[in-house]
Every structure is written in structure tokens, then in C-alpha cells.
Design a protein around this ligand. Structure first.
Ligand code: MG
Ligand code: MG
Length: 310
């Protein structure tokens, strides 16, 4: 497979500084060599530059860094559209606000090639606030609502070239959902597999049902992996830790199933905050999970991957 790496060093969407260093940490943890070792062709395009900042305002006074995130969304969306043309883009965040750009850009590509886009959102949070409902004002809480065409973004965020059908979005691993998001998820038809569902049924049947649908409809699949999908005990480097996350084995199982499906056409690795990491172990885990998604098998995994203490 041909992969394109795009850095999106955005930290203004999160409540804590540090995600700007995410792309560097993922590169330092060996993302590119891991992909090359699996036989992929890798082109590292470096960092996306934000578009010129424009005057934007909104009636919600809580919103933070709105002009900055709008400028990033414009640039990331265009970069995602271009990079999807003939390769699999892998976006290195940056906080999760980058996905307003990555998903909208990939959706525009999907529309061009006449295939439905599906989104798998691996996260403790649905990031399904609108500009009106967020009370924290941190814009990493809105990208999925924006990309799926929820009302309230028009005139503030860039015009959506192609909205993702909410019934083609699967949120996986949720365990922190605000009341306004809960209502909006229900109303929109987004598939919700929260941690309780995973506890009751397990990763495999829930994920394979979704993957079957993607395959049956001939869809493209965008995967958005937020570090806080994982349990904080194995992945401490995130500003929004929530206890009770995916275990090492659950996360690798999900990645290997995605790999087996052959359906994944684009990927976000987001919310890594290296300032909060412990000797790079979260960055290393994110690289190992990416390698699993890209074809590395458990039997092939070098022993040193397990010597990091997690
Ligand atoms: Mg998130
Ligand atoms: Mg999250």
C-alpha cells in the first residue's frame, strides 16, 4: 500500500497544551520505519500549514481559538482531499479538532469517486458537540458533529463539501458523553458502541458487524483513533484520560480486524500529548497499533515491543 504521512500539529482545540508535539513523537517512535518494514511505500509530506486566519465570531462566548481552528480546518480538509487521491493518508495530530478537516476532506474524495464514506470513531468521547452546545469551548469536542453536517456550523466553519451520513458513523469505546451529545447522537442515528456494549458483547462481534456493512456497501473507511480510547494505564499521554478504556489486547484485536478487512482507506492518530507521556510509551503504543492496523501480526511482533513496561 502507498501511505502518505501528514503532520497536523494542532493544539488549540484541546484544553491543555502539548498536542502540537504529537507528530514529532510519533515519528520519533518509529512510525515510518514500522510501515516500511511491513512493505508499504511511505511518503512523509511533513506538516500541513494552516490557512490564513480570518475574522470569525460566534454567539457562544465559551468557544476557544475559533479563528485558529477554522484556519486549520480549511487547510487540513484540502490536504486530506489531495492526499486521498492515490494513497492512504495517515494524519498525525494534533488534537482531535484536526478531524474536522481530515474527515471532511476524505468525504469530498469519497463523493468524487462515487463511494460512501464510513467513519470508525475510536474514542472515550463522541466529539459530537456543536458550536452552540459545547460548554468547555474546546473545539476538539466538535469535529464529528461538523463532519456529519449537524446544524450550527454554517457561516463559522468552512462550508462542508460533503457531509458524512451519520448512520455510516460508528463510535466505539465511549465512556464520557455530555447530555447534549447524547441527545444529538440518538437523534442523528450515529451507531454507538459504548464501553458497556464492548464489556457485554466484546470487540469482535460489534466491529465485524460494522465492517460487514462497509464491505456490503462498497464503502471507504476512515478510522479516527483518539489516544483516550485506550486505558490510561497503558496510554497516559493524553489530556482527557477517562478510566476504563480499551486494554492492550482489545486495541490490538480491533486493529488486526481492521487490517484483515482490507477496508481502511485513511487514518487519524490524535490527541497524543508527549508532554504527559512516560518515556515515550504512549507514542510507541500508538505506532505499534498502527503497525497492527497496517498488517503486522502478533506472531511477527518483535519481543522488544513488550519490554517497555506496559
Ligand atoms: Mg476525541
Ligand atoms: Mg477523547
Amino acid at each position: 500500500m502507498r501511505c502518505r504521512i501528514l503532520g497536523a500539529p494542532v493544539q488549540d482545540g484541546a484544553g491543555r497544551l502539548g498536542c502540537e508535539m504529537g507528530p514529532s513523537a510519533l515519528r520519533t517512535a518509529g512510525l515510518v520505519p514500522a510501515l516500511l518494514a511491513l512493505g508499504h511505500e511511505v511518503e512523509d509530506l511533513g506538516a500541513i500549514q494552516p490557512a490564513p486566519r480570518e475574522q470569525v465570531s460566534h454567539q457562544n462566548p465559551a468557544l476557544k481559538a475559533l479563528p485558529e481552528i477554522v484556519a486549520w480546518t480549511t487547510a487540513i480538509s484540502e490536504a486530506a482531499y489531495q492526499a486521498s487521491e492515490d494513497a492512504m493518508p495517515i494524519f498525525l495530530g494534533g488534537d482531535h479538532s484536526i478531524s474536522a478537516g481530515t474527515v471532511s476532506g476524505v468525504a469530498r474524495h469519497a463523493r468524487k469517486v462515487g463511494r460512501p464514506l464510513f467513519v470508525l470513531w475510536l474514542d472515550a468521547h463522541p466529539d459530537f458537540h456543536t458550536l452552540d452546545t459545547t460548554t468547555s469551548g474546546n473545539l476538539h469536542g466538535v469535529p464529528l458533529a461538523y463532519a456529519s453536517g449537524r446544524p450550527g456550523f454554517a457561516g463559522t466553519f468552512p462550508d462542508l463539501p460533503a457531509a458524512v451520513d451519520p448512520t455510516r458513523i460508528c463510535t466505539f469505546g465511549l465512556r464520557s458523553v455530555d447530555p447534549a451529545e447524547r441527545l444529538a447522537l440518538k437523534e442523528s442515528g450515529v451507531i454507538v458502541h459504548d464501553m458497556r456494549a464492548i464489556d457485554e458483547h466484546g470487540i469482535a462481534p460489534l466491529l465485524s458487524a460494522f465492517l460487514k456493512r462497509v464491505a456490503d456497501e462498497g464503502g471507504l473507511l476512515h478510522v479516527s483513533l483518539d489516544v483516550d480510547f485506550l486505558d490510561p494505564s497503558i496510554a497516559p499521554a493524553v489530556g482527557t484520560t477517562v478510566p476504563g478504556g480499551a486494554t492492550f489486547r482489545e486495541a490490538h484485536l480491533a486493529m488486526e480486524m481492521l487490517s484483515d478487512s482490507g477496508l481502511v482507506t485513511s487514518l487519524d492518530l490524535v490527541e497524543l500529548n508527549p508532554f504527559l507521556d512516560e518515556r515515550g510509551r504512549t507514542a510507541t503504543l500508538m505506532v505499534d497499533l498502527t503497525a497492527s492496523l497496517m498488517g503486522r501480526r502478533i506472531m511477527d511482533r518483535p519481543t522488544r515491543s513488550h519490554s517497555g513496561g506496559y
